[in-house]
Design a protein around this ligand. Structure first.
Ligand code: AMP
Length: 281
């Protein structure tokens, strides 16, 4: 496995691989890798002959009071996991290599990124679209793999690719969970043991919504109330949002008629967890 830490070198290498007729898959990550990330690598492996994993804790997608400095990092562990998973090229750029001091262009999606996490985290998605656009230009992928764990993110990225004509196929990967149902996340390690036990309430709330939709509940307020009651079982959980939105437009629905994205963000202390499921009536 090769390691590249310079953006310029990454782009030169990617252009050479393309010129040699190689098919490139990119898996963008912020590191502290877990089985969720590795499932993306396996999907990438099937769709290309060169797999690039990028590892970059992107400062521009964190708000001033968010957890950029606390975000878990362990480069040597990540490098070993990448090697074992069959990553061909680990791209781990320095911040200075990604952003020049007076960088003044950003990519902003103005519709899908307004609600849900976008409402709680102003500027987050423009940080994401900007860094992903840069990663596409640097790594020249034919295909890029993103997790459905970040449901809004993959929808925003698909929209960016569509609207700005990036020649990249976006592949979505299912959510990988811990045995008790908690969605895997690099942030889970930041949870206190007691909060880790309570964190299963996100999955349970989604299960309640799923059961109710199967029992013909069509009123989003009814779903939300049942989900809130399930979250209330966890004494330290603070709901950031529970959203029941159209799966395509991400606009709130008044009735569950088409597939809906049920998404939630819940905080335990200063650790914010997200989860989601698409429910079909
Ligand atoms: P992150 O390092 O958290 O920015 O995540 C990098 C990529 O891995 C994103 O496309 C995430 O959606 C995806 N991902 C993170 N956690 C999971 C999970 N539990 N299951 C599937 N994909 C995930």
């Amino acid at each position: 496995m090769d390691l590249i830490s310079s953006a310029t070198e990454m782009q030169q290498r990617a252009l050479a691989l393309r010129a040699a007729g190689r098919r490139i898959a990119l898996v963008p990550t912020m590191g502290y890798l877990h089985e969720g990330h590795l499932s993306l690598v396996r999907l990438a492996r099937k769709r290309a002959d060169v797999v690039i994993l990028s590892l970059f804790v992107n400062p521009t997608q964190f708000g001033p009071n968010e957890d950029f400095s606390r975000y878990p990092r362990d480069f040597e562990r990540d490098r070993a996991l990448c090697e074992k998973a069959g990553v061909d090229l680990l791209f781990a750029p320095e911040k200075e290599s990604m952003y020049v001091a007076d960088a003044s262009v950003r990519v902003t999606e103005e519709c899908l990124s307004r609600g849900l996490c976008g409402a709680s985290r102003p500027g987050h998605f423009s940080g994401v679209t900007t860094v992903v656009a840069k990663l596409f230009n640097l790594c020249q992928p034919h295909v890029a793999v993103f997790g459905e764990k970040d449901a809004q993110q993959i929808r925003v990225i698909r929209r960016m690719v569509r609207d700005l004509d990036f020649p990249v196929e976006i592949v979505g990967a299912p959510i990988v969970r811990e045995p008790d149902g908690l969605a895997m996340s690099s942030r889970n390690v930041l949870l206190k043991p007691e909060h880790r036990r309570q964190a299963v309430c996100l999955r349970r709330a989604l299960d309640v919504a799923k059961r109710l939709v199967a029992l013909s509940e069509r009123n989003p307020d009814g779903l939300r109330a049942a989900m809130e009651a399930e979250i209330a079982v966890a004494p330290d959980a603070v709901i950031d949002y529970i959203a029941i939105v159209d799966d395509y437009s991400l606009e709130p629905v008044v009735r569950v008629k088409r597939p809906v994205l049920v998404a939630l963000a819940v905080k335990f202390g200063n650790v914010r967890l997200i989860d989601n499921e698409v429910l079909k009536p």
